[in-house]
Ligand binder design. Structure first.
Ligand code: S3P
Length: 173
């Protein structure tokens, strides 16, 4: 059936969506960030803090290539993973890419909740204040949407549920 890569902005619910989609398609689910963490014995936050973002991106790229060469699965990747030509091509050449696209208002609400809860698992949000959130989202979307929009399929995950996508996908095969 091939691999399905789930991409999208931080907070778009990629892991949960991918997990549900995988269950519906009776395929394994792989979350790239969790795989990076178990391989390196460190959390994503620790890798960012101790080794820096550049090192994280290198690790992310290596593990992505490995997953792309492996067995079929539904694979959720971090928000920055598809945002370079090499990684995007790795995904597109080994499977189909699905972008979970949410309106910026919804992203704003979700990220605001993460900031309020002082979530520490997302290093890019560390130190971000509520008043910076708007410009953060604007900047990130400006940099990233051109990559995200190269996906094979773009869905709003609030309306196209994993079960619906799984049904359509199966009937398309
Ligand atoms: C990142 C998103 C994170 C994680 C890392 C960097 C990003 O994953 O890969 O903190 O650059 O957007 P989520 O998109 O699952 O939060």
């Amino acid at each position: 059936m091939g691999k399905l890569f789930i991409i999208g902005f931080i907070g778009s619910g990629k892991s949960t969506y991918a997990q549900e989609l995988a269950a519906r398609l009776t395929m394994p689910h792989i979350d790239l960030d969790r795989m990076i963490e178990s391989r390196h014995g460190k959390t994503i936050t620790e890798i960012f803090e101790k080794e820096g973002e550049k090192a994280f991106r290198e690790i992310e790229s290596v593990i992505l290539k490995e997953v792309a060469a492996g067995d079929d699965a539904v694979i959720s990747v971090g928000g920055g993973a598809p945002c370079n030509e090499v990684n995007l091509n790795v995904m597109k050449e080994s499977g189909r890419v699905i972008y979970l696209k949410l309106p910026r208002k919804v992203l704003h609400e979700r990220l605001a909740t993460m900031i309020e809860n002082r979530e520490t698992s997302r290093p890019l949000l560390t130190g971000l204040s509520m008043s910076d959130l708007n410009s953060f989202i604007t900047r990130m979307l400006r940099e990233r949407e051109r990559w995200y929009l190269q996906a094979d399929v773009v869905v709003d995950p609030r309306w196209v549920l994993p079960e619906t996508l799984a049904r359509e996908w199966r009937s398309d095969m």
